[in-house]
Design a binder for this molecule. Structure first.
Ligand code: ATP
Ligand code: MG
Length: 395
């Protein structure tokens, strides 16, 4: 008998007006993840069905686990909506398993089917009790839950359940520009932003030769790990050396980081506009370091009117680390390469920076011209899941 994967959508079913768009985007994302397998995907407004070849099942389930917008999924037997056929199949499925308590749950959307959902549940339960000795019904905490969806034409039967990633399909929101350093927090922030349906562009600031190509490679690897959840991420690399050296030479050291981050925000905003991203996303976490106190954030943030989303702002470091491990970015993030933030770190960064002081210090050098020059030198790497990095070609 044919088996199919049956997908139940996540929160998107509550967004009635947008349902078509959500389902269409979700199915495109599923199709992308399964692009190397001979599958067919059919969908309606409440379910998606995927046919597959048995030898690919494990790999396909793993791929489905990378798609946001899926609440639950099941491997289900598909059969004609026919009482005898459903009886036979549920019995066969029950005989394949060892259990002592069970429950049958029927959802009937085919109103021409002669029994109601409740009647048919009771009927199928009775059928199992009659044919398998020593099993009992437990409606509250059954060891095995048999679920039957009776639809027009075909019915689906399953007793397994896998939890999906939840969230919204990537692409149901416009783009966001992720500030991606080599650290632990920003990849997790990118993941959480994608979970809300945001499509990512990423920006990385480097200060060669003070930072290494290995540091860049690390950021490319992190981008690739994030790209598993979407189709492709464009990583924009910003040569930040001149600006950073100018800051170092012209700004009192305790304000170095504050001013540097104001420059990063300004450049990120410009890139966001260039690539039609509507928000900046970063890995700032309240109180983590001097530049992430609320005082610092407000002074840094004031250079842009674009929304700045900080998905990990209110998480503890340990919670962020747990997520980083879950999405497999942690081991890469802790590789010890210098980042452009770490090399110019002053001994005593200001914790409560003053906006007027920022204005005053920023008059010490022509940062606008430097920003323009820097923006002209930004280059982009298209990062996809499986390919090796292509930046060497671009150098
Ligand atoms: P992370 O916060 O990702 O662990 P980090 O601790 O090195 O990295 P912070 O100094 O905490 O970074 O900076 C806060 C945020 O600013 C980062 O999460 C990231 O979003 C952004 N950021 C910092 N450095 C860079 C950089 N070199 N390129 C792009 N974004 C950066
Ligand atoms: Mg950090």
């Amino acid at each position: 008998m044919e088996r199919v994967i049956l997908i139940k959508y996540g929160e998107l079913t509550t967004k009635k007006g947008n349902r078509n768009f959500f389902v269409k985007t979700l199915s495109e994302n599923v199709a992308h993840q399964l692009r190397t397998y001979p599958v067919t995907i059919t969908k309606d407004l409440s379910r998606m069905y995927i046919t597959f070849q048995e030898e690919h099942l494990d790999a396909i389930l793993e791929a489905i686990n990378r798609v946001f917008g899926i609440h639950m999924y099941h491997v289900a037997y598909k059969m004609k909506t026919d009482m005898k056929m459903i009886e036979e199949t549920i019995l066969q499925l029950a005989k394949e398993q060892k259990f002592s308590t069970f429950k049958v749950e029927v959802k009937r959307s085919d109103k021409s089917f002669p029994l109601s959902s409740l009647e048919f549940s009771a009927h199928l339960g009775g059928h199992l009790l009659k044919n398998i000795p020593q099993i009992k019904v437990d409606v509250h905490r059954p060891e095995v839950l048999f679920q039957v969806e009776v639809r027009e034409g075909y019915s689906y039967l399953y007793s397994n359940a896998y939890e999906g990633l939840g969230g919204y399909p990537v692409g149901t929101q416009p783009k966001g520009m992720l500030m991606l350093s080599g650290g632990i927090d920003s990849p997790v922030s990118g993941y959480l932003a994608m979970k809300r349906g945001i499509k990512l562009e990423a920006v990385y600031f480097e200060a060669l030769p003070h930072t290494s190509l290995e540091a860049r490679e690390k950021v490319i690897t992190l981008t690739r790990k994030l790209s598993k959840y979407t189709k492709q991420i464009n990583l924009h690399i910003v040569p930040f050396t001149k600006l950073q050296e100018a800051i170092y030479q012209n700004i009192p050291s305790e304000y170095n980081i504050t001013i540097m981050r104001r420059m990063m925000y300004r450049i990120t905003e410009q890139l966001a506009k260039r690539y039609k991203a509507l928000a900046i996303i970063n890995g700032e976490s309240i109180g983590q370091v001097a530049s992430q106190t609320l005082h610092s954030m407000s002074v840094i943030n004031s250079v842009t009117s674009m929304p700045v989303i900080r998905p990990v702002a209110c998480l503890d470091k340990l919670e962020i680390i747990d997520l980083a491990k879950k999405i497999d970015t942690y081991e890469t993030s802790i590789l010890p390469f210098e980042d452009c933030c770490t090399i110019f770190v002053p001994k005593h960064p200001v914790i409560n920076p003053n906006l007027e002081d920022c204005f005053k210090f920023e008059k010490n050098f022509d940062y606008e011209t430097l920003i323009k020059e820097t923006l002209a030198q930004v280059f982009t790497i298209k990062v996809v899941e499986e390919e090796q990095s292509t930046y060497q070609d671009l150098l």
